[in-house]
Ligand binder design. Structure first.
Ligand SMILES: *[C@@H]1O[C@H](CO)[C@@H](O)[C@H](O)[C@H]1NC(C)=O
Ligand SMILES: *[C@@H]1O[C@H](CO)[C@@H](O)[C@H](O)[C@H]1NC(C)=O
Ligand SMILES: [Zn+2]
Length: 993
C-alpha cells in the first residue's frame, strides 16, 4: 500500500479502518487481506515454450434476458421456451471446480452472479471466495451485463459497468477485478466501447462476431489479434486496447461440445469396449488445434469450451475436458507438439503479451457486421424504437435521481413521500443495456418486462425526487409527474386553473428549454421564479397528437413557453388560467412560404408542402433541403438468399424505397413563441416542423405508425434529408454518443469491401447524431434515441425510424418484429424528434455537442397543483458557478455515507472546435454550493481501481511512431485538468455546508 498523500485520502482512510477492525476482532491481518499472488495472472497454469499451447476456456454465455426474462433465465423457469437456468449453472460449476484444482471457469454477467451470491450460505460463499482467490473461478468483463454496442449511450454503459464491477470489488477485493473485457456476442463492435474498456483498466478485449469478409482477410494475414487505438483525441496509449477475435464465435470447435445441450460423442476411454474412441478424439482435436494455429500469430491459441447457458450440468463438460487434456498431452511422449491446458482469457492474454510481438493497429470500428453476403445485422440499430426512446429518457431520469440523492442527502431517501431509492432504477437501467435489451432483439414478452422494470425503477426514483425537492424547496406540496407530455397528456395541467412547474436541469450549464403543456384553456399567465412574466402562447393540439394519445387525455390545446434553469438545479414557473379568454384561431391550411426566428429560416415548397431550404441567419448560410418519408419493402427471402428482414437483420427487397406521399397536406401556425408547420403524409405518417423563438435547431417531430401490413408486406420506414452539400458520399456518425466516425459509401477503412447489399451494407448506428458536411456547410441531425442510418447519395442522409416485419430472421429470437400493445392492437405508433442545425464545419460542434447533451439529459418537469407554500425556495443550484461549455458533469451520485462519485468529462474532440477543444481546469473545492469537498481520490473510469494503481500491459503497434507518452500534471490536488474527450472519475469525501 502506498504512502498516504492528499490525493489518496479516501484510500488511506480505508486502510486505517481495516487495521482498526482487524484489531477489534483479533484476527491476523493476512487472513483478511486477499493475497493477490494466487489469483489473476499468477494463477495461470504453466505452458510449454516449444509447443503449441491450447488454452481451453470453460465458459457459459448467459443473456440477461432474450427469449426469456432475466428472472426466468435465473431460475430456469419456462424451459419450454428455452432450456436455461443460471442458478443451476453456478451451483454445478462450483461443485465441479472443487473436484479438481486444475479446472477453471470464467463468469461474466454480474446481474446473475449477484442474485446467486445473495442466496448462498456463508459456507458456500467462503468456498467461492477461495475459488476466486486461487484464480479457479475468474470474473471477466464483470459489468452488470454484456452491453450492446450499437444502440447504447456511453453514460449508461459506464454506469452499468460501474455497478457490476463495484459488487465484484466489494465482494472479492482485488481478486474479483476482471482483467479482460469479454464481448463475445454483441453484433458488431463500437470504437467508443473499446476506448471505455481501455480507460477501465482492462488489459484486453475478446469478441466473437466480426464481418465475414473482414475475418477472411484477417485470417489470411494473421490479423485476428490487433491493437485498437480507440480515440482520435486521447493521447495514446490511453485508449489503446489489445483486441482478440475468437476463432469460433464463442463456441467450441466442431465435434467437441460436451454440454447436456449438445450431442457430440463423449470420450469413451475403456479400451475393452467396442466403441473406444480416444484415438479418434485425439486425432480430431490435434487437427482442429493445428488448423486454428495457422491463422493466429503465436504458439498459443484459445478455444471457448461452452456456449449459451451451458454448464447447467457441468460434470458433462469437465469430465470430458479432464480426459481430453490427459489423452492429448499423453501424446507428447510420442512426439506430439501440442499442449492442452485449462485456462482463462486473461491467462491466454498474458501469453500473448509475453510473446512480445507487434500488432496491427486499428483506428476505425467493427460496424456493420455481416455474417454472409445478404445478412447485415443493421436492422437492430432501429428495432423497437419505442423501447429505445424509453431507455434513453430513463437514463436521463436516473441521472437526475442520482444527483438529487446527493444534493438533498438522507432526506431524499426517507421523507414526506415515503422511502425512495436510486438502486432499483440503477439496476433496471443496467439490465436494459444488455445486447438483447435496448438492441430490440428480444422476444416481445421480454421487451415488455424490460420496460416494466424501468417503470418500476422510475417509481422508486420519483419518491426520492419528490423527497429531495421537498427538502431543497421547503415545500412538501405533492409533486406530479407527467411522463406522457410527448403526446400532450397530463391530467393536472389539463384541468388545473393554477399550477406550478419545476424544471430540474442535470447539466452543469444553465439551460434554456421550450416546454409544451397540455391545457384546456385558451390563455394563461406564466411567471418565473422572480415573478417576472414569461411570454407564452396557446396553440391547438394537432390531429396526429389526438390520434396517438387515443383516450388517454383530453387537452384541446398546448401551452408553450421557454424555461430557464440553473446548472445542477431547478427553477419554478407559475401558470394560471386567464378567465374568459377568447377562443383560439385554428391553424391555417396550406404551407407558409417560410418560418423563421432570429437564428434560422426554413422555406417550404408551396406545391408539395415539403421543406425546401434551411438557412442560418447569423452566419448567412443557406442549403437546399428537402425531406420526405419512405419505406423499404422487407425481404421475405429470394433466389439469392433465403434471408428475411427481421429484428437483427435489415434486408430490403429492393434498393429503391417507396415514397409514402409526394405531397404533404399542410397546416401552419405562427406565434411569438413557436411556429409550426404540420405535415400529414398518410394515415400513418405525419410530422410537425417546429421552430421555437429561442432555438438554434429546427425540430422535426415525426409520428409513424401503425404501419399497415394488410398487404402482407413488412415495412421499414425512413426519413430522408436531401441537400446540396457536396459530401462525396461521406458522412459522419457518432460512436455511443461520443466521438464521431467518418463513413463512406461502399467502403471499409481496413479491407477491400465487396458490397453485396447496397442499402443494408451501408447502414451504421446513430446514437445521438449524424452529420453531412463540405467545406462550407455542416448539417447536423441530433436524434432522440439510437437509430440506424446512411448516406446513399451525395448530400443525402436517411434515418430509419420504425420497422414492422412479418417474418423471423433466423438468428434465434424466433418471432417476427411485429409490435403491438393493448392501446395499439393494430400496431405501435412511435413518435420522436430530429433536431437539425446548420453551421460552418469549423464551429458546428459548438452547437451540436451541447444540443445533443440537452436531448440526452433532458430536464425533468414536476408539477404541483395550486399555490406553493409562501416561503418555498423557487430556485436552486448545486453548483457555485456553471462549468465551462466544454465540460459535462457525467456522474454525480452518492457512493456511500460520506462519499460521492463524480465524473467530469471534456465533451469536445481535439479537432472539433476553435473555442472549446482546449484543456479545461476545474477546481473541485469550488464546485458545489452546498457541499464541502474534504478529500479526493482519482479512480479509473469504472471506479473499481485507484488511478495510481492502474497497471496496464503495454502493447506495441506494428507501425513505428514517435513515442507519445507525455505525462500531464494537474496544477494542484484540487485543480484537475480535462483534455479533449477525457473523462476523469473521482471519489470525493464531502460534508454538508
Ligand atoms: C521485446 O522485444 C524488444 C525488441 O523487439 C526487445 O528490445 C525487448 O527486450 C523484448 N522484451 C522482452 C521482455 O523480451
Ligand atoms: C475495493 O473493495 C475494497 C473492499 O473489498 C475496498 O477497500 C476498496 O476501497 C475498493 N476499491 C475501490 C477502488 O473502490
Ligand atoms: Zn448473448
Amino acid at each position: 500500500m502506498s504512502v498516504c498523500n492528499m490525493a489518496a485520502r479516501s484510500r488511506c482512510l480505508a486502510v486505517a479502518l481495516l487495521f482498526i477492525f482487524s484489531g477489534a476482532f483479533g484476527l491476523p491481518i493476512n487472513q483478511q487481506e486477499k493475497d493477490p499472488t494466487t489469483c489473476g495472472y499468477q494463477s495461470c497454469h504453466s505452458t510449454k515454450a516449444n509447443m503449441l499451447n491450447v488454452h481451453l476456456v470453460p465458459h457459459t454465455h448467459d443473456d440477461v434476458g432474450w427469449l426469456k426474462t432475466v428472472d426466468q433465465y435465473f431460475y430456469g423457469d419456462r424451459n419450454d421456451i428455452q432450456h436455461a437456468g443460471v442458478q443451476y449453472i453456478l451451483d454445478s460449476v462450483v461443485d465441479q471446480l472443487l473436484k479438481n484444482p486444475d479446472r477453471r471457469f470464467i463468469y461474466v454477467e454480474t446481474a446473475f452472479f449477484y442474485r446467486w451470491w445473495k442466496q448462498q450460505s456463508s459456507s458456500t460463499q467462503q468456498t467461492v471466495r477461495q475459488l476466486v482467490d486461487e484464480g479457479r473461478l475468474e470474473f471477466v468483463n464483470g459489468g452488470w451485463c454484456m452491453s450492446d454496442e450499437a444502440t447504447t449511450h456511453y453514460s449508461a454503459v459506464i454506469d452499468q459497468m460501474t455497478l457490476g464491477l463495484r459488487f465484484l470489488n466489494e465482494t472479492f477485493g482485488v481478486c474479483g477485478r476482471p482483467r479482460v473485457a469479454w464481448h463475445i456476442d454483441p453484433f458488431g463492435h463500437a470504437r467508443e466501447h473499446a476506448s471505455m474498456f481501455a480507460q477501465m483498466g482492462y488489459d484486453g478485449l475478446f469478441f466473437g462476431r466480426v464481418d465475414y469478409q473482414d475475418r477472411g482477410r484477417r485470417m489470411a494475414e494473421k490479423e485476428q489479434e490487433l491493437l485498437w487505438r480507440a480515440s482520435e483525441s486521447l493521447t495514446p496509449p490511453m485508449a489503446d486496447l489489445f483486441t482478440g477475435i475468437l476463432p469460433n464465435g464463442y463456441n467450441p470447435p466442431e465435434g467437441f461440445c460436451w454440454d447436456q445441450l449438445c450431442s457430440d460423442a463423449p470420450i469413451r476411454d475403456d479400451p475393452d469396449l467396442d466403441d473406444y474412441n480416444v484415438d479418434d478424439v485425439v486425432q480430431r482435436f490435434l487437427h482442429a488445434a493445428n488448423s486454428q494455429a495457422m491463422v493466429y500469430k503465436t504458439n498459443h491459441i484459445i478455444m471457448t469450451m461452452g456456449s449459451d447457458f451451458q454448464y447447467e450440468n457441468a460434470i458433462l463438460w469437465y469430465k470430458n475436458l479432464d480426459k481430453l487434456i490427459h489423452y492429448v498431452n499423453a501424446q507428447q511422449a510420442n512426439g506430439s507438439m501440442v499442449n492442452v491446458l485449462y485456462s482463462t482469457p486473461s491467462c491466454y492474454l498474458q501469453e500473448l503479451h509475453r510473446a512480445n510481438l507487434t500488432w496491427p493497429l486499428k483506428e476505425d470500428d467493427f460496424f456493420p457486421y455481416a455474417d454472409d453476403a445478404h445478412n447485415f445485422w443493421t436492422g437492430y440499430f432501429t428495432s423497437r424504437p419505442a423501447l429505445k426512446r424509453y431507455e434513453r429518457i430513463t437514463n436521463s431520469n436516473l441521472q437526475t435521481c442520482n444527483q438529487l440523492e446527493v444534493l438533498a442527502g438522507p432526506a431524499s431517501r426517507k421523507g414526506p413521500f415515503g422511502k425512495g431509492d436510486s438502486e432499483t432504477l440503477r439496476k433496471a437501467m443496467a439490465v436494459a443495456q444488455h445486447h438483447d435489451a435496448v438492441s430490440g432483439t428480444e422476444k416481445q414478452h421480454v421487451a415488455n418486462n424490460y420496460a416494466k422494470m424501468l417503470a418500476n425503477g422510475w417509481q422508486h426514483c420519483q419518491v426520492l425526487v419528490s423527497n429531495s425537492l421537498a427538502s431543497l424547496s421547503g415545500s412538501s406540496a405533492e409533486r406530479i409527474y407527467c411522463d406522457n407530455l410527448n403526446i400532450s397528456v397530463c391530467p393536472l395541467t389539463e384541468s388545473s386553473k393554477k399550477f406550478s412547474v419545476s424544471v430540474y436541469n442535470s447539466l452543469a450549464q444553465p439551460l434554456s428549454w421550450p416546454i409544451r403543456l397540455p391545457v384546456n384553456g385558451t390563455a394563461y399567465r406564466v411567471a418565473d421564479a422572480k415573478g417576472k412574466p414569461v411570454d407564452s402562447q396557446v396553440v391547438p393540439v394537432s390531429r396526429s397528437t389526438q390520434e396517438v394519445r387515443r383516450n388517454r387525455g383530453f387537452a384541446m390545446n398546448e401551452l408553450v413557453f421557454q424555461v430557464q434553469a440553473p446548472p445542477l438545479g431547478y427553477s419554478t414557473y407559475f401558470v394560471s388560467a386567464i378567465q374568459d379568454a377568447p377562443p383560439l384561431f385554428p391553424p391555417r391550411s396550406g404551407a407558409p412560404t417560410g418560418i423563421q426566428n432570429k437564428y434560422l429560416k426554413v422555406t417550404f415548397d408551396p406545391d408539395t408542402g415539403l421543406l425546401s431550404s434551411l438557412s442560418n441567419l447569423e452566419t448567412k448560410q443557406t442549403i437546399k433541403l428537402t425531406q420526405n418519408f419512405y419505406w423499404y419493402n422487407a425481404s421475405v427471402g429470394n433466389s439469392e438468399s433465403s434471408q428475411t428482414s427481421g429484428a437483427y437483420i435489415f434486408r430490403p427487397n429492393s434498393s429503391t424505397p417507396i415514397v409514402i406521399s409526394k405531397v404533404a397536406k399542410v397546416q401552419s401556425l405562427q406565434t411569438s413563441v413557436v411556429q409550426e408547420v404540420r405535415q400529414w403524409f398518410s394515415p400513418w405518417v405525419s410530422q410537425v416542423v417546429r421552430l421555437y423563438a429561442d432555438s438554434k435547431a429546427l425540430e422535426l417531430e415525426w409520428t409513424v405508425g401503425p404501419l399497415p401490413v394488410l398487404d402482407k408486406r413488412g415495412k421499414e420506414v425512413i426519413t430522408r434529408l436531401d441537400t446540396d452539400i457536396k459530401t462525396s458520399e461521406i458522412f459522419y456518425t457518432d460512436s455511443n454518443g461520443r466521438e464521431m466516425l467518418q463513413r463512406r459509401k461502399d467502403f471499409r477503412p481496413t479491407w477491400q469491401l465487396k458490397q453485396t447489399e447496397p442499402i443494408a451494407g451501408n447502414y451504421y448506428p446513430i446514437n445521438s447524431r449524424a452529420f453531412l458536411k463540405d467545406d462550407m456547410n455542416q448539417l447536423t441531425v441530433v436524434t432522440d434515441r439510437s437509430q440506424g442510418g446512411s448516406s446513399l447519395q451525395n448530400g443525402s442522409l436517411e434515418i430509419m425510424l420504425h420497422r414492422r416485419l412479418l417474418y423471423d430472421d433466423y438468428r434465434g429470437v424466433g418471432e417476427p418484429l411485429n409490435e403491438a400493445s393493448e392501446i395499439f392492437p393494430e400496431g405501435l405508433v412511435v413518435r420522436g424528434r430530429l433536431l437539425l442545425s446548420l453551421d460552418h464545419p469549423a464551429s458546428a460542434a459548438d452547437t451540436h455537442r451541447p444540443l445533443a447533451q440537452q436531448v440526452v439529459f433532458q430536464p425533468l418537469l414536476t408539477f404541483t397543483d395550486g399555490d406553493l407554500s409562501p416561503n418555498a425556495r423557487l430556485e436552486f443550484s448545486g453548483l457555485q458557478a456553471a462549468l465551462p461549455p466544454a465540460v459535462h458533469l457525467l456522474t454525480f451520485s452518492q457512493w456511500d455515507e460520506e462519499s460521492v462519485l463524480l465524473r467530469l468529462e471534456h465533451q469536445f474532440q481535439s479537432w472539433e472546435s476553435k473555442v472549446n477543444s482546449h484543456p479545461v481546469t476545474i477546481n473541485l473545492q469550488k464546485l458545489f454550493s452546498t457541499l464541502d469537498v474534504l478529500g479526493v481520490s482519482e479512480l479509473n473510469l469504472s471506479a473499481n481501481q485507484w488511478k495510481d494503481e492502474m497497471k496496464h500491459f503495454s502493447w506495441a503497434p506494428q507501425k513505428e511512431e514517435t513515442p507519445m507518452l507525455k505525462q500531464f500534471e494537474d496544477p494542484s490536488v484540487w485543480e484537475v485538468t480535462l483534455r479533449p474527450m477525457e473523462i476523469r472519475t473521482f471519489l470525493l469525501r464531502v460534508s454538508r455546508k
